[in-house]
Design a binder for this molecule. Structure first.
Ligand SMILES: Cc1cc2nc3c(=O)[nH]c(=O)nc-3n(C[C@H](O)[C@H](O)[C@H](O)COP(=O)(O)O)c2cc1C
Length: 224
C-alpha cells in the first residue's frame, strides 16, 4: 500500500473532449483501399513528435474453440497489401486459438491522437523464409528470449527462466548465429474489414469502414 492508494479518483467525471488536430475523417479523405489508408495514418502516428510511444503496439483478440475470447498486445512488425504481420510463439494461447479458429480482430488504440483502427480478418502463418528474415534482424538477446520462453505455459519461478536464458547464452554467445526456433514465427492477418475511428466533438465521431467484397472494397460510414 502507498499513500496514493487512498486517492479516490472520480472515474465517472473523467472524459476527454476529442478535437482532432487534422479535422475529421471524411469519405473524400480516404485512400481507395484500407492498407493504403492504414499506411497514411500509421505514418502520422509514427512521425517524429508523435504523442504515441509505441504506434506499432496493437491488441490481438482471438477465441478458443468454445468461443471464449482473449486479447493481448503484440507489436506490428510489417504491413503490406496482404495484411498485418506480428511474431509470436506458435505454442502460445493465441497461436493455439488461431490454429482452431483463424478469425481474429486487431485494435490499434491510438488514444493520444483520438484515433483507433479496428481490423477483422483471418490469420495465416508467415512463410519460414519471412520468419527467418525477421528473426535474423532481432537483437541477439531477443533471439535467445524466443528460445528461452515456452510462452503461455506455467513455470515454477523467475529463476527457472533466468537459468534457461543463461544456459542459452553460454551455448550461443553474442556474435554467434542463433537458429530460428521451430516453435516461433509470424502471423499475417488478411483484413476482411478495417474501420478508421476519429474522435470528434460531442461524441459525434467519424467511423469509416472498408468491407471486402468480391470486386472491390466497399466503404461505409457507421453511426458513432
Ligand atoms: C507493448 C507490448 C508488446 C508486446 N509484443 C508482443 C509480441 O510482439 N509478440 C508476442 O508474442 N507477445 C508480445 N507481448 C506479450 C503479449 O501481450 C502476451 O503476454 C503474450 O504474447 C502471451 O499471450 P497469450 O498467452 O495470449 O498467447 C507484448 C506485450 C506488450 C505489453
Amino acid at each position: 500500500m502507498s499513500a496514493h492508494d487512498d486517492l479516490d479518483p472520480d472515474i465517472a467525471a473523467m472524459r476527454e473532449q476529442y478535437r482532432p488536430r487534422d479535422g475529421g475523417l471524411l469519405e473524400s479523405d480516404l485512400a481507395p483501399d484500407p492498407m493504403r489508408q492504414f499506411g497514411r495514418w500509421f505514418a502520422q502516428a509514427a512521425r517524429p513528435g508523435s504523442p504515441l510511444a509505441e504506434p506499432n503496439a496493437m491488441v490481438v483478440a482471438t477465441a478458443d474453440p468454445s468461443g471464449r475470447p482473449a486479447s493481448r498486445t503484440v507489436l506490428l512488425k510489417s504491413f503490406d497489401a496482404a495484411g498485418f504481420v506480428f511474431y509470436t510463439n506458435y505454442g502460445s494461447r493465441k497461436a493455439q486459438d488461431i490454429a482452431a479458429n483463424p478469425q481474429v480482430a486487431l485494435l490499434f488504440p491510438w488514444h493520444p491522437m483520438s484515433r483507433q483502427v479496428h481490423v477483422s480478418g483471418t490469420a495465416v502463418r508467415t512463410s519460414r523464409e519471412e520468419t527467418a528474415a525477421y528473426f535474423r534482424s532481432r537483437p541477439h538477446g531477443s533471439q535467445l528470449g524466443a528460445w528461452a520462453s515456452a510462452q503461455s505455459s506455467v513455470i515454477a519461478s523467475r529463476e527457472e527462466l533466468d537459468a534457461q536464458y543463461a544456459e542459452l547464452l553460454r551455448r550461443h554467445p553474442p556474435g554467434s548465429e542463433v537458429p530460428v526456433p521451430p516453435h516461433w514465427g509470424g502471423f499475417r492477418v488478411a483484413p476482411e474489414s478495417v474501420e478508421f475511428w476519429q474522435g470528434r466533438e460531442n461524441r459525434l465521431h467519424d467511423r469509416l469502414r472498408y468491407v471486402r467484397t468480391p470486386k472491390a472494397w466497399r466503404i461505409e460510414r457507421l453511426s458513432p
